[in-house]
Design a binder for this molecule. Sequence first.
Ligand SMILES: NC(=O)c1ccc[n+]([C@@H]2O[C@H](COP(=O)([O-])OP(=O)(O)OC[C@H]3O[C@@H](n4cnc5c(N)ncnc54)[C@H](OP(=O)(O)O)[C@@H]3O)[C@@H](O)[C@H]2O)c1
Length: 347
Amino acid sequence: MMNKAAFLNSTGTSLAIQDAPLPHPEAHEVLIRNHAVAINPVDYKIQDTGALVSKWPYVLGEDIAGEVVEVGSGVTSLQKGDRVAAFALNIVTQNQANAGFQLYTTTAASMTSRIPDTVVFTDAVVFPLGLATAAGALFSTEYLGIDPPKASAPALPESKGKVILIWGGASSVGSCAIQLCAAAGLTVLTTTSTKNFEYAKDIGAAETFDYLDDAIVEKLVKAARGKEVVGAYDAISSESSLAACVNFLHAVGGGKLSLTLASTKLPDLPEGVKVVAGRLPLQGPHGGEPIWRQVWTDFLGTGLQNGKLKAKPDAHILGGGLERLQEGLDLVRKGVSAKKVVVELVK
Ligand SMILES: NC(=O)c1ccc[n+]([C@@H]2O[C@H](COP(=O)([O-])OP(=O)(O)OC[C@H]3O[C@@H](n4cnc5c(N)ncnc54)[C@H](OP(=O)(O)O)[C@@H]3O)[C@@H](O)[C@H]2O)c1
């Protein structure tokens, strides 16, 4: 087995494809031969600014799907030959072996989920960072603290009268949030551009509103009337989306807003509105497993199997291997609409 990686040699340079060491799994890890990788906004942000890089050259990439080719000595949940989707955590570990934009990646077995045979790698790879981010923001007690869904059990009937606002339902993180909340039985109100109304309903939103509509807050408040609002999740976290979410919560009597970006400048908050800002929690409140990892383990494989989870946004596939990654980064930087840019590494 020979490895190659897409190296970022310094801030603002294009990716360079070169030979790379073949990583070997530590006791808690597996080695994955990547068949497909997906591109997230954080990848072009790192390329543009050098943020989160502790050492050059750096290898980007959080979302991988492929085949397990080697299993660490302490891993019992996965086997050689398993088809998986996994979260590559170089942004946290700063260990190149754990980066996604290469032919072979090692990652923790706890970040790796088996996928059904019916799901192709280019579909399964749309999830890792988006699903983990949404699940952390929705279900962690330090964020919205909503009861997570169980892939194998029906939604709790008492959730039906409860409403959540998910701002940015056509984004990758927002799409995961809609699907998770719908599976938890909540009534989901969301915002997209008009061309994505049907898309958002198809993945579980009860009602969709145009985020460019000047009267959007009034319309959202009307839609929530008579129901308990459990909070709002701003999967976009621009100053305007944040302000609209705050106004919505204030108008319905207060509540908690969870943000996908921790860096957004906060406005003066009205009484009763609390904002919790988005960093993927890596530990639970008592130092144990964070709740998103339970959702990840329970929901991804089983949810794909029983249809509770659809591989959305649809993959925009670039075939042809690591050489297409720079083009993919440029596409995401330009802006995508209800699409995940995916590079296929093995045909
Ligand atoms: N904290 C974390 O751990 C974490 C993790 C993942 C992502 N993020 C951040 O979260 C943000 C979203 O990431 P992503 O991968 O989900 O993005 P994405 O899929 O690239 O987002 C594109 C979508 O955003 C929608 N959109 C753009 N502006 C909007 C607005 N003002 N209101 C509502 N929707 C809007 C567009 O909808 P239309 O096409 O309908 O116009 C488009 O479909 C990025 O800034 C990313 O860096 C943070």
